[in-house]
Design a protein around this ligand. Structure first.
Ligand SMILES: [Zn+2]
Length: 864
């Protein structure tokens, strides 16, 4: 036999007792769970919930605890560890609402079980979409063996439910079952409309769908009735048993029902009271001489109380408004108030208004009166607190120097207690616990609280008869006499919770009686630093800040602005924000440099509207932007000037001088921080002699001089390196050729001068696209260089080209055109793309711009 259960749990964590009860009650082999807010940590929790089960699950990744009240839903499957079959998970990468397992019964026979959770909202497209995914899986796997689909379908396929469920979804659902020959077992065997799984509308939303071939194997399928397992979920579990050759499990264990104290009438409470009194007589007759007597008595007391309640108190059901103060009284007041308000608004009835005012205060009174009795602690805990109540537990606020005094206090207390016990026949101070004390505690027990492991609620004790209090009294005094608490009171459901891997430690120092928190951040020179002084987090933070700052200005219509203008803004606004405090980024690692570079590369491409794959060196050159790591170095060098020029009395200067001489003088000590960092930069640009002469003469260049020296040295070095990089790379050949006589930013300067930004953007893309061979986008022929081909050869552009030549010859002379066209394709292309150098002799400066305009207009037809 194979037994399965499906349930929409509603709160895995809060239903932990109910869930473990479900496993006990059904002893099922497989549990198919859905939950509308299944978080990752709940999945960890499922694994630890019951030792006998393995769990698989998909958390709802779209749930955000802070922003979203209700997630889409998650699914989980739990299966017995003792299952003899091979179990393989089937994951669905496209949906978080479906999860499956393959139960491999033998080499040739597998059953596939899917847990699904379909959308609850009324968006039918979304529902169809998710249902299609489910159908894909079902139809695929049913080729290999029988399929069982279980879960919350969020619609009913029963005709009797149609007026209370979403009909459109119901049609989709029914079609799905028809097409795939699967049968809703719990809907067909229980045609009874009084059976349902969703309590608020009394409809059947949770199903076991099985392949036709399995239908004959169904032994039973039932909806576990209201009140059996849980008061928290508004769904009922469905329990399916299949006769599949399988090692049988042990029979179902305890089968008791939760009493609903709220539903209990005066008479049923009276009956309970009477019954407990009768029980008390039996319990008082039991012997209480040793520890095992105590255990038996306590155990029996717990069991009998539950039995009494089951006999006399009606069983519970789900309460859709589970606020503890929402009693019938409040509900009546609320309804009356709503009615009066409706009357007042619709019929302009002044009586309604007066009623409303009084009823509002009524409602509030009713509310507050009941709110005050909110329950807090479970039954036995409250009762057992009594014996420890007499101890005056020490709190550190009592005395500032607690060590010696506290020790004296404890010693004295222990002595006094022992002494008093000796004179009191071994009893605690204050003598035996009295019946009056017990009654007081019982009277004050808070109601409507979740029970502990023994499932005994405070109501069980509170409504019990007075004779039963004597039993409790007997047990408590025996506990004190024997010095041991009954075993069954110590039982609890212990569930280890996965709390995630903590990275930060919450350490607290005590300094005297004050606690001092350890901080992982501190301000250094006005800039917040993390404890390890590594610049990585600072740099990441800076880049994030820069990105936000950039988008703040980019949002103002930068696509209509010349990229050079946007870069100006970027330099003035974003760069200072990013580089704020960069003087302290000591020991920058290659990955930090990459972080800075990536940030700026992204931005220059965004500014110019270039695709991501465009070479970053080109993008930066075309806007005359300096690389960020270079800017950091420049700033560090300027910071060095500031330190050198500081007044000699200042502490910062003294420390700087001290560490500077220590660095050069005591080479055995490895120094970290600004000085080694800046020394490296100086030596990189051969500027170390300035620092040397400062150390010996105390003279440093002026601010302006130093700035020029730094810029001169770094810019030259950088220019040299950049050109070297570009020259060695084939992608740059055309770009370099086009810009060699014009400057890298030629196109944007042209746009600035003529205002033809759109044309310039198109040409800029042609400039920055690396030369490639391939099929021409216009005529489809395979060509050596697509751009040169399109400009000079492509048949698709013939008309436009002839028009261009005509205009050019009109503008200049036939002779000029002739000279031009006698050159190579590459030469002509580069000429039209803006490289006029070679032909400048033939053109007057005013012609130059006209020719450029014509050429660029023609180039807008090119498509790379
Ligand atoms: Zn072509």
């Amino acid at each position: 036999m194979l037994s399965l259960v499906t349930w929409n749990v509603r709160g895995i964590m809060s239903s932990s007792v109910c869930l473990s009860e479900l496993f006990k009650y059904t002893n099922c082999d497989i549990a198919v769970l859905s939950e509308h807010k299944l978080f990752n940590h709940s999945l960890q929790f499922l694994n630890t919930l019951d030792n006998n089960y393995h769990s698989l699950g998909i958390a709802d990744t779209s749930v955000n605890i802070e922003t979203s009240k209700c997630g889409k839903g998650g699914v989980a499957i739990m299966y017995k560890k003792t299952l003899k079959f091979n179990i393989k998970p089937i994951n669905c990468p496209v949906s978080e609402r479906i999860l499956g397992i393959e139960i491999q019964c033998n080499e040739n026979y597998s059953i596939f079980v899917f847990s699904v959770y379909l959308p609850a909202d009324s968006n039918i497209q979304n529902y169809k979409y998710e249902m299609n995914i489910v159908e894909d899986y079902v139809s695929n796997f049913s080729k290999f063996g029988p399929v069982i689909v279980a879960g919350d379908f969020n619609t009913s396929c029963r005709v009797t439910d149609l007026d209370r469920t979403n009909v459109n979804k119901s049609i989709v659902f029914s079609d799905f079952m028809l097409r795939n020959n699967i049968i809703p077992v719990n809907a067909s065997t229980l045609r009874d409309a009084s059976s349902f799984t969703y309590i608020p509308t009394r409809t059947l939303l949770d199903y076991f769908l099985v392949s036709e071939e399995l239908a004959t194997d169904v032994i039973s399928c039932e909806n576990i009735p209201e009140g059996t397992l849980s008061l928290t979920s508004d769904h009922l579990p469905v329990f399916l048993k299949l006769s599949i050759p399988y090692v049988c499990n042990s029979t179902n264990s305890c089968n008791n029902v939760w009493p609903s104290w709220r539903k209990a009438s005066e008479s049923s409470l009276g009956a309970y009271n009477e019954l407990t009194n009768k029980i008390a007589d039996q319990l008082l007759d039991l012997p209480l001489c040793n520890l095992s007597d105590l255990d038996t008595l306590a155990c029996k007391l717990t069991d009998k109380l539950k039995d009494c309640a089951n006999e006399t108190i009606p069983s519970g059901s789900f309460n859709p408004k589970p606020k503890p103060y929402w009693s019938d009284k409040v509900k009546q007041a609320h309804t009356a108030e709503r009615f009066a308000r409706w009357k007042w608004i619709n019929q302009a009835d002044p009586e309604g208004r007066t009623f409303l005012l009084t009823s509002n205060t009524n409602l509030r009174k009713t509310n507050s009166g009941i709110v005050n009795v909110l329950p807090i602690m479970p039954t036995w805990t409250i009762l057992t607190v009594k014996s420890t109540k007499q101890l005056n537990v020490y709190t550190p606020t009592e005395n500032a120097k607690f060590d010696s005094d506290f020790k004296a206090h404890v010693t004295e207390f222990v002595d006094r207690t022992l002494e008093s016990c000796a004179t009191n026949n071994g009893l605690l101070p204050g003598g035996e616990i009295t019946l009056y004390e017990i009654e007081t505690v019982v009277r004050n027990l808070k109601l409507r609280k979740a029970p502990g492991y023994d499932k005994l609620q405070n109501e069980h004790v509170r409504y019990s008869g007075s004779k039963l209090h004597t039993v409790i009294l007997r047990i408590f005094n025996a506990v004190i006499r024997f010095g041991r608490i009954p075993l069954c009171w110590k039982h609890g459901l212990l569930i280890p919770l996965f709390k995630g891997y903590r990275t930060e430690l919450d350490l607290v120092f005590n300094l005297g009686d004050k606690s001092v928190n350890i901080s992982t951040e501190t301000k250094h020179l006005g800039i917040l630093r993390t404890v390890d002084l590594s610049p990585s987090t600072d740099i990441q933070h800076s880049c994030r800040k820069g990105r936000n700052a950039y988008f703040a200005i980019a949002g103002t219509g930068s696509c209509l602005l010349n990229p050079l203008t946007v870069c100006g803004l970027y330099n003035k606004i974003v760069i200072p924000a990013v580089l704020y405090g960069c003087e302290l980024w000591n020991g920058i690692k290659p990955k930090d440099i990459r972080c800075l570079e990536t940030f700026q590369h992204f931005i220059v491409k965004h500014i110019q509207g270039f695709p991501k794959r465009t070479r970053s060196d080109m993008c930066e050159s075309m806007t005359n932007l300096e690389r960020l790591p270079i800017l950091v170095e420049k700033r560090k060098l300027m910071f060095l000037y500031k330190l050198c020029e500081m007044k000699a009395q200042s502490l910062t200067k003294q420390i700087f001088i001290y560490r500077l001489f220590q660095y050069f003088g005591d080479t055995s000590r490895k120094q970290h921080g600004f000085i080694p960092d800046v020394t490296n930069i100086l030596s990189k640009y051969s500027l170390l002699n300035f620092l040397n002469s400062y150390m010996f003469t105390g003279c440093f260049p002026t601010k302006l001089q130093w700035k020029n020296i730094v810029n001169g040295a770094i810019n030259q070095h950088e220019k040299h390196r950049k050109e070297e990089r570009m020259r060695s790379d084939n992608d740059f050949t055309r770009f370099l050729r086009l810009s060699e006589n014009n400057g890298y930013d030629f196109i944007w300067q042209y746009a600035k001068y003529t205002g033809r930004l759109r044309t310039a953007k198109h040409v800029a893309k042609l400039w920055s696209t690396p030369p490639t061979s391939g099929n021409c986008n216009l005529c489809g022929h395979f060509v050596q260089d697509t751009l040169y081909h399109q400009i000079t050869m492509c048949t698709e552009l013939q008309t436009q080209r002839h028009l261009l030549y005509k205009r050019l010859s009109e503008m200049t002379s036939d002779n000029f055109l002739y000279t031009l066209l006698s050159k190579s394709d590459e030469y002509v292309s580069c000429f039209l793309l803006g490289n006029h150098e070679a032909l400048l002799d033939f053109l007057t400066p005013e012609h130059c711009l006209d020719v450029l305009n014509e050429g660029f207009s023609y180039l807008t037809y090119c498509r790379l």
